[in-house]
Design a protein around this ligand. Structure first.
Ligand SMILES: [Zn+2]
Length: 187
């Protein structure tokens, strides 16, 4: 999917949402007059039209008939609906108390990756240092375990040269991410 910056911006004629970029559903098409777009906010179809304020207009009745008959637009709309429902479900999910979060991240039934994600989330959203310190420690240990596990899996390749290549690739990835994160933090 290719995203194009909309220099003039665009405003959804249905809900008023402003956009400064658009992504092509297929290939790297650049939106132009008469092209169709799906508003990510309200899920309505609009047509690019440089002749109207906001750069987008509601489709005419005949355009709308073509839109609803097209299988690609139907699929896009379905994906949008799924995303919207997922977002709604996420917003509705109950907020966990600190104790509940701690229980969740020490739950041995969760995979290490999941525990690590929870620990990261927890450490970042719970600033009191006394509470955060044991969690940060746990997070680092979990991180080390997860990475060691991945490294062991890579090293267990039957072909030793391939194993060495995969370990090297993994190390490069870890280094890139570590430097990426540490580079932004103050020493
Ligand atoms: Zn809209």
């Amino acid at each position: 999917m290719h995203t194009t910056a909309l220099t003039a911006g665009a405003i959804c004629p249905f809900c008023g949402q402003r956009y400064d970029a658009a992504s092509a559903l297929d290939g790297d098409a650049i939106p132009g007059n008469g092209d169709l777009t799906l508003c990510m906010n309200c899920g309505e179809w609009a047509m690019f039209d440089s002749g109207v304020p906001g750069g987008l207009r509601k489709p005419t009745d005949s355009e709308y008939e073509v839109i609803v008959a097209n299988p690609i637009t139907g699929k896009a709309r379905k994906i949008w609906q799924q995303m919207k429902e997922e977002r709604r479900a996420k917003a509705k999910a109950p907020k966990l108390s600190i104790d509940q979060k701690y229980d969740a991240l020490t739950n041995p039934d969760l995979t290490l990756d999941k525990q690590f994600d929870l620990a990261c989330e927890f450490a970042f959203t719970n600033p009191p240092p006394d509470q955060a310190r044991p969690l940060l420690k746990r997070m680092f240990l979990l991180g080390a375990l997860v990475l060691t596990n991945r490294m062991m899996t890579s090293a267990r390749q039957p072909d030793p040269r391939r194993a060495a290549r995969e370990v090297a690739r993994l190390l490069a990835e870890i280094e890139e991410q570590t430097i990426g994160v540490l580079g932004k933090a103050k020493p």
